[in-house]
Design a protein around this ligand. Structure first.
Ligand SMILES: [Mg+2]
Length: 185
């Protein structure tokens, strides 16, 4: 049995670092809870080019200094012990492969596959891998995957809270684990 797991905002807690970075760049004082949509371009009213230029400067630092989402290590290890094959499926650029591998190793996150897609389109890969679940915090990815027949567990975040979602929505890794365990024990 395979499970797909997004990285940023699902395992790596990069959100506050991103908000700090964009606040500093734009001279704003937003808090995480103020961010009601996934697009930071729209939130901060900046162009995609500005976004990309800022991320080129800051993303490596954000990746290496992101803390773990609470309980992600414990619960992902438990899933692996119970026979799940873990695939980390992220929109990060492949140029961050090595620092991503180092981060995952340092944080004790086990995985079989690490897929850096440089794209938010995760549907083909999820289908190819036949994942039983994809754990994801980006509501737009979740809609696309759900439309494509992939079982999504939406990981709660301020930017997806106000968006309608008929599927499973979890607030913690304890909840995610409970849902999977109940379904497959
Ligand atoms: Mg994410």
């Amino acid at each position: 049995m395979r499970i797909g797991i997004d990285l940023d905002g699902t395992v790596a807690d990069n959100f506050d670092l991103l908000v700090d970075t964009f606040n500093a760049y734009c001279g704003k004082l937003l808090q995480g809870k103020d961010i009601k949509q996934y697009s930071l371009c729209k939130t901060y009213n900046i162009s995609e080019q500005e976004f990309n230029e800022l991320m080129d400067q800051k993303e490596e630092g954000i990746i290496t200094s992101s803390p773990l989402i609470p309980l992600a290590r414990e619960k992902i290890n438990r899933l692996v012990e119970e026979g799940w094959e873990v695939h980390i499926i992220t929109a990060r650029h492949p140029k961050y492969k090595e620092i991503t591998e180092n981060w995952l190793q340092n944080k004790g996150i086990p995985y079989t596959g690490l897929h850096l897609l440089n794209s938010h389109d995760k549907l083909d890969l999820c289908r190819e891998l036949e994942v039983r679940y994809m754990v994801e915090d980006n509501i737009h990815n979740a809609y696309q995957l759900d439309d494509g027949g992939v079982n999504v567990i939406l990981f709660e975040a301020p930017h997806n809270q106000c968006w309608p979602w008929q599927g499973i929505r979890c607030h913690s890794w304890a909840e995610i684990y409970r849902i999977i365990d109940n379904r497959y024990k």
